[in-house]
Design a protein around this ligand. Structure first.
Ligand code: TXA
Ligand code: MG
Length: 328
């Protein structure tokens, strides 16, 4: 049984108690729901990998309520401090060299000498992290390789019966994951585009490099790990859709599709990001129910949150055969 905890003092207290006891509790952040566990507890962290059926020990983000707590775990340089001041709390994850004696379990760091740190902006998440008083490891609360959950209902569809509880904070405002920025080397590298735009990051620390796979450069399909995958195949750059297709529309939707979900009728990237995973889930489930053959996604401009939206769409469209799901 997975308890659905309300967003009140009682729900928060119970979620914090469970986490401190080494249990798994999904919690809302402004990006997506995280599958939380005490990041200092190796067994609790191992339980995350088991619950998500994550095929390998991909490192996890440690969530803390404020920058001071983050910089006790990772060594911050000037760039990290400037970004924290400008963009935390918020949808930005910093990968820093782990501090000596970093409390985050080695398993959560996948044995690396770096640590990924994030101060989420969601008030419920911050209250929970303060109440737990320890860093909380939190990958997205989905089965590995599937679409990240943006409501408590999604979490229960994914992991109901497998985890102890979900703290229900309603739908997530940003709707896709945090940007992951690696500051452990001399050059800042954007490992994953996400809720904090490249433009916002660059306005604080200057140019950042895009990791291979994070940009829109053409590359062999084998280089794209399938991820965020619906069951139906996904066709990109669709300008029209057929009656046997479910259309993921951006801007005015052309007619003719078997089913349509509009990310943003006005072409607003913030609205589109917030609705992306809900839309993919809806088209996948309802499209299959109606016997449709694939999802067709209209093009989204490659700036602002469009970078992250296009990254997730490309991964959802990547061939699934012979490509083990990565991340999760
Ligand atoms: O918005 C988010 O980031 C959500 C919410 C719950 O905070 N979390 C999330 O976690 O998306 P996850 O595990 O699904 O993605 C974390 C990403 C992975 O791509 C992982 O490889 C990368 O961060 N990562 C974590 N630690 C790292 C490290 N030390 N070095 C490089 N990459 C790291
Ligand atoms: Mg994930």
């Amino acid at each position: 049984m997975t308890a659905r905890l309300p967003a009140d003092q009682g729900g928060l207290a119970e979620a914090a108690r469970l986490l401190r006891a080494g249990r798994l509790v999904a919690f809302p952040t402004e990006t997506v729901y995280g599958l939380g566990a005490d990041a200092t507890d190796e067994r609790a962290v191992a339980a995350i990998f088991a619950a998500k059926r994550r095929p390998r020990f991909n490192p996890l983000i440690a969530h803390v309520p404020e920058a001071a707590a983050a910089f006790a775990l990772g060594i911050a340089d000037e760039r990290a401090r400037a970004l924290a001041a400008a963009l935390w709390p918020g949808p930005l994850t910093l990968v820093l060299p782990a501090s000596p004696g970093c409390a985050v379990a080695l398993l959560a760091r996948a044995g690396l000498d770096t640590v990924a740190l994030r101060v989420p902006a969601h008030p419920l998440a911050r209250a929970l992290l303060s109440a737990v008083g320890r860093p909380v490891a939190g990958p997205s609360a989905n089965v590995s390789g599937r679409v990240s959950p943006t409501t408590a209902g999604h979490v229960l569809e994914e992991l109901g019966g497998v985890i102890d509880a979900v703290l229900d904070g309603g739908p997530c405002a940003v709707g896709l994951e945090s940007s992951v920025l690696d500051l452990s080397g001399r050059a800042a590298v954007l490992l994953r585009p996400g809720g904090a735009t490249r433009e916002a990051i660059e306005s604080v620390i200057g140019p950042v490099a895009l990791a291979e796979g994070a940009d829109d450069a053409p590359r062999g399909p084998g280089m794209l790990a399938s991820h965020y995958a619906p069951v139906l195949p996904l066709r990109l750059d669709a300008s029209a859709a057929a009656p046997d297709e479910a259309l993921l529309a951006f801007g005015p939707a052309p007619g003719g599709a078997g089913l349509t979900f509009t990310l943003s009728g006005s072409g607003d990237l913030v609205e589109a990001a917030a609705r992306l995973f809900t839309g993919l889930r809806f088209l996948d489930a309802e499209g299959r129910r109606r016997g449709l053959l694939r999802i067709a996604a209209m093009p989204v401009p490659q700036h602002g949150l469009g970078l992250a939206i296009n990254d997730r769409l490309r991964r959802a469209a990547a061939p699934r055969d012979h490509v083990p799901p990565s991340g999760g």
